[in-house]
Design a protein around this ligand. Structure first.
Ligand code: CA
Ligand code: CA
Ligand code: CA
Ligand code: CA
Length: 631
């Protein structure tokens, strides 16, 4: 501890000396040369390559970052003195640093789990043996299974290990009562199977108008077909789906653009009770192993044949890869060519960026694009992932949840196949250094038109605090508000319910109360699912769009929806999957700020059809049916 204080003290001296000597006026390269090695040595911070690109701005951001880290480590720094010196040396400086961080938010997230009637509890089967899968589950989804345009809730569950006689557990389907409450209809709809479930993907694979459910599991995965009259039928075998591996996240997408959705399923590691390894944090007691202890296993791609069956095309599509230990997947059009690509988040293995070659195959561009490993050359423990255009560049960028002491990745899509991690120079990286992230996504919680970021956290080892004093098992989520030029963390400004530490795993957004703003659903390992109501998000205006494909797949998965405003345009892609083992609602929500009218709504269907609707009023939900206009 003394050593740490000494290091920080030394660092403070050096920073102040540099500033007093007018070093802010030297080139960024010189600045980094002086400050970089010291920062790397003391704070274990890699200096981001991108910092060299925009000289003054990045120099300032770097200083800001150091201050933030000092505060994080309870370092006593005379900030006011620091600011006075900087203001003297560079008049524009205070404007850059003094962002409205302390402004209170009028939006609050209220925990309405009990009020809404959600009584679900995740059973991880744990009984002291510390089997790896116990700490990994599980996911959830917002879905509209009965087509009443009210979002229902699916919660995935584990089960007891063989020969353990605890109470029986199954996944749970909660039907929306349209009054803020839900009814448990699991048994009624036939979903009360006992499965060691991990994640889910929702999509209408047979284009009959009713969304179906794919469940990933330890052991065989399951496909449940929605028969349209309130029942789900397990048709895994008939559909030709056979994934006996340790499944995690999954997503539906029409990779061959033939009008039906195909399925990508991530698989984690080769683990069985028989090959379970003894890992220990303290050298005596068993702890949860990290994935390095087990061999990887390939994720799987299933092509929808169109007659209710699927073909395993993993090998022929170029995706067979037994080195991967994948946990997360996000579908996005990385290079904007109209063909869906996808990102695989790999735990302790390089991430993969699979670019669609438009001929049924994919090519991994993870390494050349810069998303496979971090800038310091190490692999990270990637869990959840999402993609969206958060800065209006027109290109989708990535957010990835990583292990504690690794920080999140915020890979900005620079175009031409290059991504640069913006996390280290922003609050997104600074605030997430110690947390262990699972589910994460972009969403616009205050409907101001700028996509914010939500991340749920929680360690994998319940006794971690005994060996790492600064890291806890239950952890607060992160809510990052997009302020245009940068993100700031507002987790403690939106009510105490959101900040509550928990062992978070899955998370999804959906407007379950149909008031226009996006609410949050979180799953916790071995604990309850939590529903958080967004109160006040709809002070800004919105437009919600649900698509019905006719030539394209029925859910319009892969369609790009563009909304034109006087200030520019916003766009989103309809998608399945993302986050961790979870899926958010299929309709897309646009925050349009104070605009009451939207100049035009454009839909680029996966079929290639382009439709345009002008003068659409805000604050409503519209349904667009391909070729049939607004319903
Ligand atoms: Ca269906
Ligand atoms: Ca297809
Ligand atoms: Ca926002
Ligand atoms: Ca809402």
């Amino acid at each position: 501890m003394n050593l740490l204080k000494q290091s920080q003290g030394r660092f403070e001296d050096v920073i102040l000396k540099l500033i007093m000597n007018g070093n802010l006026f030297m080139s960024t390269h010189q600045f980094l040369k002086k400050i970089g090695p010291l920062a790397t040595k003391i704070l274990h911070l890699p200096i981001p390559i991108k910092a060299l690109k925009k000289p003054l701005m990045n120099k300032l951001i770097l200083v800001n970052k150091f201050i933030s880290l000092f505060k994080h480590q309870r370092f006593i720094l005379n900030v006011s003195f620091f600011f006075v010196v900087l203001a003297f040396l560079y008049p524009g400086f205070p404007l850059v640093l003094s962002n409205p961080v302390s402004q209170p938010f009028l939006i609050q997230f209220e925990d309405v789990t009990k009020k809404a009637g959600l009584r679900f509890r995740h059973n991880n089967g744990a009984f002291g043996r510390k089997y790896l899968p116990e700490t990994m589950g599980s996911g959830l989804a917002f879905l509209d299974y009965n087509n009443d345009d009210w979002q229902d809730i699916l919660l995935i569950n584990g089960k007891n290990w063989p020969n353990r006689k605890n109470s029986r557990s199954s996944m749970a389907l909660y039907r929306n009562n349209k009054d803020g409450t839900f009814k448990d209809v699991t048994r009624q709809v036939g979903l009360h199977s006992t499965i060691y479930g991990m994640g889910c993907a929702i999509g209408d694979y047979d284009n009959d108008g009713w969304v179906d459910i794919y469940i990933t599991a330890l052991g065989l995965d399951h496909l449940f077909r929605n028969n349209g009259s309130g029942r789900f039928i397990d048709i895994t075998k008939e559909a030709g789906l056979h994934n006996p591996d340790f499944g995690a996240s999954a997503a539906w997408f029409d990779y061959d653009l033939d009008g039906d959705i195909d399925l990508i399923v991530t698989n984690y590691v080769q683990w069985t009770i028989k090959n379970d390894i003894h890992c220990s944090l303290d050298g005596i007691n068993k702890s949860y192993c990290t994935p390095e202890s087990y061999k990887g296993v390939s994720s799987r791609l299933y092509q929808n044949v169109g007659n209710g069956t699927f073909l395993d095309v993993t090998d022929q599509s170029g995706l067979l890869d037994s080195t991967s230990k994948a946990l997360g997947v996000t579908i996005f059009d990385s290079n904007s060519d109209g063909w869906p690509d996808f990102f695989l988040a790999n735990d302790t293995q390089p991430n993969k960026l699979y670019i669609n070659q438009k001929d049924g195959t994919f090519s991994d561009r993870g390494i050349p694009s810069g998303v496979a490993i971090s800038e310091d050359g190490t692999v990270r423990a990637a869990m959840g992932v999402d993609a969206a255009d958060y800065d209006g560049s027109g290109l989708p960028s990535l957010v990835i949840g990583n292990f504690s002491n690794e920080m999140l990745n915020l890979y900005h899509n620079e175009g031409k196949g290059i991504f640069v991690d913006d996390a280290p120079t922003s609050a997104v990286g600074q605030s997430s250094l110690l947390t262990l992230a699972f589910g994460c996504f972009f969403f616009d919680f205050d409907l101001d038109g700028k996509l914010d970021i939500f991340v749920v956290n929680g360690h994998v080892e319940n006794e971690i605090n005994n060996v790492q004093r600064r890291v806890t098992y239950a952890q607060s989520p992160h809510l990052f508000h997009n302020q245009g030029k940068q993100f700031i963390e507002v987790t403690d400004k939106v009510g105490s319910d959101l900040k509550k530490p928990q062992v978070g795993r899955g998370t999804a957004y959906g407007d379950y109360d149909n008031d226009g703003d996006l609410d949050l659903l979180i799953s916790t390992n071995g604990g309850p699912a939590v529903l958080l109501n967004n109160q006040g998000g709809n002070q800004n205006n919105y437009l919600r769009v649900k698509l019905i494909g006719t030539k394209s797949n029925r859910d319009g998965i892969g369609a790009k929806v563009k909304v034109k405003l006087p200030s520019g345009y916003l766009w989103k892609q309809v998608k399945s999957g993302s986050s961790y083992c979870s899926q958010s609602e299929l309709p897309v929500t646009f925050g349009v700020g104070k605009n009451t009218k939207i100049s035009s709504v454009e839909v680029h269907w996966p079929s290639g059809k382009l439709e345009n609707f002008s003068e659409v009023l805000a604050n409503q939900r519209i349904i667009i049916k391909e070729g049939n206009g607004i319903q």
